[in-house]
Design a protein around this ligand. Structure first.
Ligand code: S3P
Length: 224
């Protein structure tokens, strides 16, 4: 009998209602990333202790990456595939603040936004398994990095600068990318940080469907 395909294995795991196992991981990308030290004790109904009924991931999957890397479009697709809710962290911040991210930046400044972002992350990270799209700057705060690592799997959506340039136009809706050159500066500052920090690095130049499939495969590979 031939060995089951990863997809078959994935469904078998889902159907048998078991959880993804945790273990050290290397990214599928060439650049190594630090090992996660996720310590969540979150439980699963599927494995007999409580989170969902579809045998999906035992953990939160955090999507990090540059503005324009596709977190908000890949996220819902990945969540659908994994059978867990999708959460947009910026929307949680807006809900809590009662105003848009742009208004928070304009009215109270970036430092205040980062405080609200950190609080929203702690809140989201204490919930059930889900896919969470994080704002591009979430990794800047050391406290956020602790929260992310402690509560989930971090996936960096890696997109080359030239692809980002085609996707992201400077403008008022992007508080930190208002002028020509802002995107490039953010990219140079942050790309190494994302790459160093995330346990999983996935090329996100393609369609949301393709990227979500690649993430699922990467997570499966890690859990196998
Ligand atoms: C930010 C990115 C934005 C939003 C805020 C700050 C950043 O989210 O959180 O404007 O620091 O890069 P997206 O990455 O979804 O655009």
């Amino acid at each position: 009998m031939s060995a089951p395909s990863p997809r078959a294995g994935w469904w078998a795991r889902r159907r048998s209602r078991s959880c993804w196992r945790r273990r050290s991981s290397r990214s599928s990308a060439a650049t190594p990333s630090p090992r996660r030290v996720a310590t969540s004790t979150r439980s699963c109904q599927g494995c007999g202790d409580g989170h969902g009924d579809r045998g999906g991931p035992h953990v939160i999957v955090y999507l990090v990456g540059m503005p324009g890397s596709g977190k908000s479009t890949v996220g819902p697709e990945l969540a659908r595939r994994l059978g867990v809710p999708f959460v947009e962290l910026d929307e949680q911040i807006e809900r809590a603040a009662g105003v848009s991210v742009r208004e928070i930046f304009e009215r109270d400044g970036e430092a205040r936004f980062r405080e609200l972002e950190a609080a929203a992350l702690v809140d989201a990270g204490s919930n059930d398994p889900s896919v969470i799209s994080c704002g591009g700057g979430v990794v800047l705060e050391p406290a956020n990095r602790v929260t992310l690592r402690a509560t989930g799997e971090i996936v960096f959506l890696s997109v080359p600068l030239e692809v980002l340039r085609a996707r992201v136009r400077p403008g008022a809706d992007r508080p930190l990318i208002r002028s020509e050159g802002d995107l490039e500066k953010l990219f140079l500052d942050r790309e190494p940080l994302y790459r160093e920090f995330a346990a999983h690095v996935v090329d996100a130049s393609g369609s949301a469907q393709d990227v979500a499939a690649a993430i699922e495969k990467e997570l499966l590979r890690w859990s196998a």
